[in-house]
Design a protein around this ligand. Structure first.
Ligand SMILES: Cc1ncc(COP(=O)(O)O)c(C=O)c1O
Length: 363
């Protein structure tokens, strides 16, 4: 008899990332993984190259230089920051720490797929809350809370819908949770949002003992391939994370490169401005082809296709792919008629709109 994984593991559908190449097509624009259009800061690339001299030595395990840099940037307590091998790792570790078999994990219908994976990986029960209007519904979330609810994962903004919950709604959600239920605010796209009614979660972590915020260097900092994320936590949560995290979970190049990326504010500004400009342009231009595009605050947009007829999502995906434009099918997120398009470089954006417009002109 072979070893048996614990309950839940074999119920996990392995995560499928965005495709990156198209056989036979020379020039491809990968607009499928919400990576940054401008790429990393040149200073980050320099730091990465320079870090090659340090790879024979184990990293400083707590990533203190990076934590100090983050703390200084956001005015936080470095002791309450924990860095991870991408924010995914932190989402996993939190589940690992707080979930017992049979506990419930709450998240909304079209939320980031990793929440289901981490719940099942801890033999917990995923509880999916309907999301009419593709926006987290706080009343429905609260109605689904039971005595067994141990973690609520909230992506704010959410991937792939691009919608966000205003801070008073996030606070209302928190206020309705039992005090021993952890609210994890996954703010992977926070740097793209500048709205008066948006809060990343920092203030709530500072105020409440049961709120954690996770962030990433994969999006606006464009270091997805390096794998760096961080969590801002109440002190006891940081303590628990530090007990279970791999002792050297963030590599030497990852730590040094992330510090350099964080400090290059001009590059972050340029990436933000590029995203604002092209997200608006893409949304408007694609709407003109007759397709529905939802308002998004992230670095991606969600495009809806008719369920039948000549312009279905599968046909669109094939058409676009043949032109080297790779978008992300999001059926696994409960959105079988949508494709998600990541804001890309100007050339990719223009080609994507041209291809969609040509596709809509086919019959
Ligand atoms: C909402 C959300 N959270 C977390 C992540 C994971 O980011 P990381 O690369 O830091 O693991 C992603 C990546 O797509 C995301 O969309």
């Amino acid at each position: 008899m072979s070893p048996t994984p614990k309950p839940g593991i074999l119920d996990i559908a392995p995560y499928v990332g965005g495709r990156g190449d198209v056989p036979g097509v020379a020039k491809v624009f990968k607009l499928s993984s919400n990576e940054s259009a401008l790429g990393p800061s040149p200073k980050a690339i320099e730091a990465f190259k320079a870090a090659s001299t340090g790879i024979d030595v184990y990293p400083e395990g707590s990533a203190s230089a990076l934590r100090e840099a983050i703390a200084e940037m956001y005015g936080l307590d470095a002791a309450r920051i924990v860095c991870g091998n991408g924010s995914d790792e932190l989402l996993h570790m939190l589940a690992n720490i707080y979930l017992q078999p049979g506990d419930e994990v709450l998240y909304s219908e079209h939320a980031f797929l990793v929440y289901k994976i981490v719940a099942l990986a801890s033999s917990a029960v995923p509880v999916v809350v309907p999301e009419p209007g593709l926006k987290v519904d706080v009343d429905r979330m609260l109605a689904a809370v039971t005595k067994k609810t141990r973690i609520v994962y909230l992506a704010n903004p959410n991937n792939p819908t691009g919608t966000y919950l205003p801070h008073d709604e996030v606070r209302r959600l928190h206020a309705g949770l039992p005090r021993d239920t952890l609210l994890v605010i996954d703010a992977a796209y926070a740097e793209y949002v500048r709205r008066n009614d948006y809060e990343t979660g920092i203030e709530m972590v500072s105020t409440f003992p049961n709120v954690v915020m996770t962030r990433t260097f994969s999006k606006i900092y464009a270091l997805a391939g390096l794998r760096v994320g961080w969590a801002y936590c109440p002190a006891p949560v940081a303590d628990a994370l530090n007990r279970i995290r791999g002792p050297f979970n963030v590599s030497v190049p990852a730590q040094r490169t992330a510090v350099a990326a964080l400090k290059d504010r001009a590059h972050v500004e340029a990436s933000f401005a590029h995203n604002e400009k092209w997200r608006g342009w893409l949304s408007d231009s694609i709407r003109k082809t007759g397709l529905r595009v939802d308002d998004s605050v992230g670095n991606f947009i969600l495009i809806h296709f008719p369920a039948s007829g000549p312009h279905t999502v599968d046909k669109a995906d094939k058409f676009l792919t043949s032109r080297g434009i790779i978008l992300r099918p999001v059926a696994a997120y409960g959105l079988p008629n949508c494709l998600r398009l990541t804001v890309g470089p100007e050339e990719g954006n223009r080609l994507a709109v041209q291809a969609l417009s040509d596709f809509m002109a086919t019959s």
